[in-house]
Every structure is written in structure tokens, then in C-alpha cells.
Design a protein around this ligand. Structure first.
Ligand code: SF4
Length: 282
């Protein structure tokens, strides 16, 4: 961490982890902003890359107040140091908290280069120029949050994400350039929302898209409730049936683990605070 970073001396700490529980905590930054991070009992630490987020995904609490600013590399190290101060053993890091990492690409690249742990990234793919660069860069995993089989549903769920056709075109262009090992580190995130993207039509369109990428793993996620939002995940039995149906089509499918599904620190539930945060954009 940069000695000149002058961080606020105290982090506003969240709830302590109980036995086998996630530990979600907030970290105070120099300018009075706060971001949240989560340690999972699996040894994964999830860090934020921005104060807020500009992507406007309507199911996500993190982007509700729009984007205030990107974090600097020392601010990512500050989150890591705070997790260690809280006594956590950390085996790997995922940049899947608040923000779109590709919009903080300089920070993300500097962080990956300066940390001794494997780092993965979760991204909408926006901007595509940064995605193209990061596909070839050092990382331990790149999860693309697509959440749709068709452009119309993608526009609804990731409204400021990349153009859907251009995203798949870029992936198809870059795929032959990636080693098999690197290809296996690419995943597609699909947050299954009842009545929105769990239809046979939507899933068939997704299956067709993925036929050209046999090494990709599809991660089926459940929605972690955010106050005041109307979304709903299908029940566990439906999730399992969807996963089985997609496996029959030849896809590699994983269901979200239980840590990512806790109300405390589950995906999409992190929030930031900033002095100049704009009113909701989602
Ligand atoms: S899901 Fe990710 S990209 Fe979308 S608003 Fe939330 S933090 Fe931003």
C-alpha cells in the first residue's frame, strides 16, 4: 500500500463473521467514501474496485447510486490489509464486489501484478477494448456476467453493458488465441430470474451461443434479495432442473455455492457510500 495514501485510520467495520459465516465489512477511504468487501469461509476475499457502479444492473444494490469514482491500487490493498487485520486466512481474491473492474483497468492490472495471491475478475465486459486486453492478461479467472441468451434481455439486465452481439463476436475472435488452460478460466455468469431469463427460449438461445466455447463454465446464480426490488430466483428444485437440462445439452454448469447466497455478503448486495453519490440510476 502506498505510504502516501493517508487512509482514514479506522475502517468502519461491519458484522463479525460467526462460525462458518461470511464476513462483510466496510472500508473507509481518504475522501470519506466507503466500500464493502466480503471474506468467504472458503478462503476467497471479494474486493470492490469502484465507489458505486455505472452499469445500472437493476437487480444489484451496488450500482443503485451510480458511479462516484474508481479506486486506486492502494485502496484495493487497503481492503486486503483490513481483511487480514480481521484475522482472515485468504487463499484467493476475486474482484467481484462493487464496481465494474474493466472501468478501473489500470488499477486492476497494477493490483494483479502487485499481489501474491491469485486474482479473478467478474465483469460485464464493458468496455470491450478492456475486455480484449484483459482476456490476454494475467488473471486467475474471468467471469463474464451475461445473464441473458438474447440481446433484448441482456439490455434489460445489463443496460449499460457492452453490445450483446459485439461481445460474442469479440469472444469468438479471441478464443482461438487463448490457450486451453486460459479458456478454462473463462466463465459465464447467469443470474437466473424467474419470468425474466429462465424461459426455454432464453436458455435455448444461451445454449446456442455457448456451443462455440466448449471449455467455458456456466455459473447459474441465485438472486440475493435487495430491499425494494421485485426480482425472484426460481426455487432450488427449478435451478437444479435447469442446470441438468443445460448439462444434457453439453454445457459445463455450476450452481452458486451457499456462501454466495447468504444475505450477508451475497453477490449483488454490497453497497458503497460517497459524499457525492447521485440518486438511483438503476
Ligand atoms: S452487477 Fe456488477 S456491473 Fe452490475 S451494477 Fe452491480 S456491481 Fe455494477
Amino acid at each position: 500500500m502506498s505510504a502516501g495514501s493517508g487512509f482514514a485510520q479506522e475502517s468502519a467495520l461491519g458484522r463479525q463473521a460467526g462460525e462458518g459465516q461470511n464476513d462483510k465489512f466496510s472500508v473507509s477511504l481518504d475522501d470519506g467514501c466507503q466500500v464493502e468487501a466480503v471474506w468467504y469461509p472458503t478462503g476467497t476475499l471479494c474486493l470492490s474496485t469502484q465507489v458505486g457502479c455505472a452499469m445500472g444492473c437493476p437487480f444489484c444494490a451496488s450500482g443503485r447510486n451510480g458511479l462516484l469514482r474508481s479506486l486506486g491500487v492502494e485502496e484495493l490493498h487497503h481492503q486486503l490489509a483490513t481483511a487480514r487485520l480481521r484475522g482472515h486466512h485468504i487463499e484467493r481474491i476475486t474482484l467481484s464486489g462493487i464496481g465494474e473492474p474493466l472501468q478501473a483497468l489500470t488499477t486492476v492490472e497494477a493490483f494483479v501484478a502487485s499481489v501474491e495471491l491469485p486474482v479473478s475478475v467478474t465483469t460485464s465486459g464493458q468496455p470491450l477494448t478492456a475486455l480484449k486486453r484483459f482476456l490476454m492478461a494475467r488473471h486467475n479467472g474471468l467471469m463474464l456476467s451475461v445473464h441473458a441468451g438474447t440481446a433484448a434481455v441482456h439490455r434489460q439486465l445489463v443496460p449499460r453493458g457492452p453490445d450483446f452481439e459485439a461481445l460474442w463476436r469479440l469472444l469468438a475472435q479471441q478464443w482461438p488465441l487463448l490457450s486451453r488452460r486460459r479458456r478454462r478460466k473463462i466463465g459465464i455468469n447467469y443470474l437466473l430470474l424467474a419470468g425474466v431469463n429462465d424461459t426455454a427460449e432464453e436458455l435455448a438461445a444461451l445454449t446456442e451461443r455457448l456451443q462455440g466455447f466448449p471449455e467455458i463454465t456456466l455459473h447459474l446464480l441465485t438472486w440475493n434479495p435487495v430491499e425494494g426490488q421485485p426480482w425472484r430466483s426460481p426455487g432450488d428444485a427449478t435451478m437444479a432442473a435447469v442446470a441438468d437440462g443445460l448439462r444434457v445439452q453439453g454445457l459445463n454448469v455450476r450452481l452458486a455455492n451457499r456462501w454466495r447466497r447468504q444475505a450477508l455478503g451475497g453477490c449483488g448486495t454490497l453497497v458503497s457510500q460517497g459524499q457525492a453519490a447521485r440518486p438511483g440510476t438503476a
